[in-house]
Design a protein. Structure first.
Length: 446
């Protein structure tokens, strides 16, 4: 096996009795570490499917910070196993959730982990990818409690039709009962079941019970917030039709609870007129019938349970704010006299755009509420939000400038040094010797 510019560091998962082997490697020129996963014998249909699915899934999911990032992939020939697939992934400094002492985690830390995990699965499902093997072994947690969902080798990609079976995989206690019967039975609701089982592990530190015992065991289990417990119970229903319909419903249910642990006691008010609600109807983002007040309460407010904001043209007459929710975003202006954000435009929000925007926008730490234009404006913290969003942008631009300056001033030198090092390595003279001896500042080889 040729690695060229990479150096072997250590084996992470031995491959003697498995179809795959995982190692940590290092780029010799940059010193950056990666994870290399080898899938053996991909000339065999089954393992070729596993290789293609992992590469296909991770290629589509590169924008999500909560999913392990694919760097590149290739294929090589091995004397023992024949054609093998090689997947190069980002190296994550941390440990699996299975090895994490979850009992010692604070409630805010648990919420932070769950929130990232839900986001990872949401992005996967939005890209028509079902993971099928969500369990604590496939969830990496860094020291600062950042989450990365890994191992998409048996994922199910909806637009990838293949008759090969993966029957023998995903048969642990975190897998939904329908997946135990056959892996191709997996749907988004199967991932929801697995997520519920992981939530049970996070709160109890115990392996989940079997599917037919889960509800009874949950009822008798202490140490789980009663509202969290009811959500988990619905996630792990024995029949798929009794579970949440999709990951968005799970997220909405959980976000209402997350506010108790993560959000500050602040309220931010945004004024929306009926024409903007009608525009959302035209985009099929809210129902076509019902009162405007009900649409705001049951749909718009819920879409912004987790919200992000970004300011443009700050401190100028054309100052503009963009507020991002789950499925759509608004452009707003701030009415300083009435201390309210007025929505001027509404747009559909594509999943990949949302994930990209999270990198530069500011999380709105408080409750976002919408009112119909002309209604009484409640007491709010809107002015504070304008200040914080401007400060956040300054921090973002400052960080970006540092990265840009480093690239501009040092990247070329780094490349030049790498080229020089390669040239020196080529010209090195290698001499075989049996022993050596140091004599008067000289080293003599024999």
């Amino acid at each position: 096996m040729i690695l060229n510019k990479y150096e072997f560091v250590r084996i992470l998962k031995p491959g003697a009795d498995s179809y795959s082997e995982v190692s940590e490697i290092k780029d010799s020129s940059t010193e950056k570490h990666y994870v290399m996963k080898i899938i053996k014998g991909i000339n065999t249909a089954l393992y070729n499917v596993i290789f293609e699915r992992e590469v296909g899934a991770l290629t589509k999911l590169r924008t999500c910070n909560d999913i392990v990032r694919l760097e590149h992939h290739d294929i090589y020939n091995d004397e023992k196993y024949g054609k093998c697939g090689r997947v190069f992934l980002e190296h994550i400094e941390g440990e699996t959730l299975q090895k994490t002492d979850v009992i010692e985690l604070s409630n805010p830390e648990k919420v932070h982990i769950i929130d990232q995990l839900i986001n990872a699965v949401q992005v996967a499902h939005e890209n028509s990818i079902i993971h099928r093997d969500i369990n604590p072994k496939n969830i990496m947690v860094t020291r600062d409690k950042q989450v990365k969902l890994i191992d998409f080798g048996i994922s199910k990609i909806k637009d990838m039709v293949n008759t090969d079976t993966l029957y023998q995989f995903a048969t642990n206690r975190y897998a939904a009962p329908e997946v135990h019967k056959h892996s191709e039975n997996a749907t988004e609701k199967s991932d929801i079941y697995s997520l519920g089982a992981v939530l049970y592990f996070i709160f109890t530190g115990e392996e989940p019970p079997t599917a037919d015992e889960f509800e009874t065991k949950l009822t008798k289990t202490g140490g789980i917030d009663i509202e969290f417990k009811s959500i988990i119970q619905k996630m792990v229903k024995l029949l798929p039709e009794d579970r949440y319909n999709n990951i968005f419903e799970v997220r909405k249910a959980l976000l209402k609870l997350f506010t108790r642990f993560t959000k500050s006691n602040r309220t931010f008010i945004f004024s929306i007129d009926t024409s903007k609600i009608q525009h959302l109807r035209n985009l099929s983002l809210v129902p076509n019938n019902g009162k405007y007040e009900d649409i705001i309460e049951n749909y718009i407010n819920e879409d912004f349970l987790e919200a992000y904001i970004f300011v443009e043209n700050e401190d100028k007459p054309e100052e503009l704010y963009r507020l991002y929710g789950m499925h759509y975003y608004f452009e707003c202006i701030y009415d300083d006299r009435n201390q309210v954000f007025q929505i001027t435009k509404a747009f559909k929000l594509q999943p990949h755009i949302r994930e990209e925007m999270k990198k530069k926008t500011m999380f709105v730490n408080g409750e976002v509420k919408f009112i119909l234009s002309g209604r009484r404006i409640p007491t709010n913290n809107n002015f504070e939000l304008t200040i914080n969003s401007k400060d956040s942008k300054k921090d973002y631009l400052s960080s970006s400038n540092v990265n840009n300056e480093y690239t501009k001033n040092f990247f070329a030198w780094h490349k030049l040094l790498a080229i020089m090092e390669a040239e020196y390595r080529k010209n090195v003279i290698r001499v075989n010797y049996d022993s050596f001896q140091a004599e008067d500042n000289f080293c003599v080889f024999y």
